[in-house]
Design a protein around this ligand. Sequence first.
Ligand SMILES: Cc1ncc(COP(=O)(O)O)c(C=O)c1O
Length: 389
Amino acid sequence: MKIPVGVPDFDEDEVQQAVKVIRSGWVARGEELEQFEQRLAEFIGVKYVVTVNSGTAALEVALRALEIEGKEVITTTTSCAPTANGIIHSGNKPVMVDISREDYNFDVEQIEQHITPNTAAILPVHIYGRPANMERIMAIAQKHRLPVIEDCAQSLGAKFQGKMTGSFGEVGCFSLNINKVITTGEGGFIATNNLTIAEKARIIRNYGREVSRSDYCYTMLGHNFKFTNLQAAIGLAQLNKIDRLIAARRSNAAYLTSLLNDVPGMQLPSEGKGEFSIFFSYPILLQQPGIRDQLKEFLEQQGIEVRTLFRPMCDQPYYQKLMGKSQQQGSKSQQQGGKSKQQYPQAEYVGENGFYVGCYPSLTKEQLEYIAESIKEGLQFVGRAPLKP
Ligand SMILES: Cc1ncc(COP(=O)(O)O)c(C=O)c1O
């Protein structure tokens, strides 16, 4: 049996919507794009959505639309590189905070100690589809008068205390790439209640020019971050079934948990009080260090695709170099270069001992049972004999 870590959920509706747009000739801009932005805004519960061509672009656009430049932005060290890249591309420096081992999100207790006079924003990531504690994060942000930009690339539809991720902060940044809850192949968007931010975002994505003006007037430094009408058509078909897609992910996760609950030595994904996760994936943390890679190899030999949980970003060569450089510039909070073992013990442990398997809607009961059985078998196997002679 072959079980990939992610499979998009496309059917005839996506095909029909895409064909309709191709036949109309309006593949770049058009009605579907406007409708898609409006429907996303309604779904998230914000006034404005501005689509862009990736989640990475959304992060850069959000910071630039907020006019944050040359500052420090506090984020978590357990994320995908684009989180830090969005901060760097906007001309800012990421300042990384360790995570909580329980939910892999910000260790909220540690945020304040990283705030300096140069801090301009807090950027939580709702990782693996589980919402960060937005009540605590918003309270810290309000106390220090800092805007919050949420990285919701993996959390479209996740809620904290009944409110959608991406609607707490000044801006929410989302991805629509292939393994996300809904996908348009590639793509992303920002969500905000702030009209000025939405307008600036529209200018930045369009070479720095206001589309509504016919006099070709460039008011900002822009990119071509445009999302297409063809993508929007596919996105609309995806959005029509988002509730079902999320329900299926949640039910798959619940089934896997019921099958694995009695296996000792593993931390399974869970939901804290007031949290509604969309189970972007099914992350597992092994309590016995040093066996993850062998277990991963075993599962892959059974045909189950497995991904390791994110290594701390500050362990990655590029960010080590960058932070080493900023260390010389002397900011207390940036003295992180090459020190993750001491400074980020939780992120380090998770990066070395965590892995995830897929949790996507089309997984069958039989496949989920096969995944659970293989994990159990693999756990028995590891530590007993090396996999390869
Ligand atoms: C947490 C996180 N942030 C940002 C991104 C960037 O999104 P994109 O791939 O659309 O640029 C990703 C991408 O997968 C992600 O997982």
